[in-house]
Design a protein around this ligand. Structure first.
Ligand SMILES: N[C@@H](CCC(=O)N[C@@H](CS)C(=O)NCC(=O)O)C(=O)O
Length: 214
């Protein structure tokens, strides 16, 4: 059987691509990655020939293309169930956490697009964006208090994959955070797969003006 192919965007910028890439890596699932440059300006989705939703990430597997980061993470967890917590209540909470990220925090996403290489300050963010970040911080603390850590629901799970790009945003934009959130951020960035993605993003040279100059 051919290896699954994960289509992703630039590692420095493509937050949605980072999530399933991490889940596949953590699941020990062999895959080929194909990197596509994200379009310069938002607007009409650019990847119509790659994926049903014309976006990355997308996973080619078993003769079909799976769109949507969370669906790809779920596919990975079907192959490797330890990508979700074992206990059913924790698993439900982790799934809810992933869904909250997938559909939420629009102000944080708009104000602070993922840009792993960049270092700037939170002064460029709106009060609504900062409020989203503060809510993420609060939720992280609540989840880790319940699970005992070191990750959101104990051992690393798809929930951590979903929040990984937010971890990088806290750093890029120097967003104020609690000591507990900061400790989580420090644990996340040294985790080997996330460290590998960050290193690869650091080597990319392409710049997207909408994210680098704004
Ligand atoms: N809901 C989608 C969002 C995917 C998405 O917005 N991907 C961006 C890159 S991070 C994209 O493909 N942009 C291309 C475009 O907007 O034309 C998911 O979870 O996978």
């Amino acid at each position: 059987m051919p290896q699954p192919v994960l289509h992703i965007g630039d590692k420095n910028y493509s937050s949605w691509s980072m999530r399933p890439w991490l889940a596949l890596k953590h699941g020990g699932i062999a895959f080929e990655e194909k990197l596509h440059s994200l379009p310069e300006i938002g607007g009409k989705p650019a990847f119509g020939s790659i994926s049903p939703n014309a976006r990355v990430p997308a996973l080619d597997v078993d003769g079909v293309t799976i769109a949507e980061s969370l669906a790809i993470c779920e596919w990975a967890a079907e192959q490797q169930p330890s990508l979700w917590p074992k206990d059913s209540t924790s698993r439900a909470l982790a799934r809810a956490a992933a869904a909250i990220m997938h559909s939420g925090f629009p102000n944080l996403r708009n104000d602070a697009p993922m840009n792993i290489r960049r270092r700037t300050d939170a002064g460029r963010m709106t009060p609504d964006g900062l409020a989203d970040a503060a809510r993420v911080d609060e939720l992280w603390r609540e989840w880790m208090k319940r699970s005992g850590g070191p990750f959101l629901f104990g051992q690393w799970s798809v929930a951590d994959a979903m929040y990984a790009p937010v971890v990088t945003r806290f750093i890029t934009y120097s967003i104020p955070r609690s000591p507990e959130a900061d400790a989580y951020i420090q644990r996340m960035i040294v985790e080997p797969h996330m460290a590998a993605w960050i290193a690869a993003a650091g080597k990319e040279t392409r710049q997207l003006p909408r994210s680098d100059i704004a």
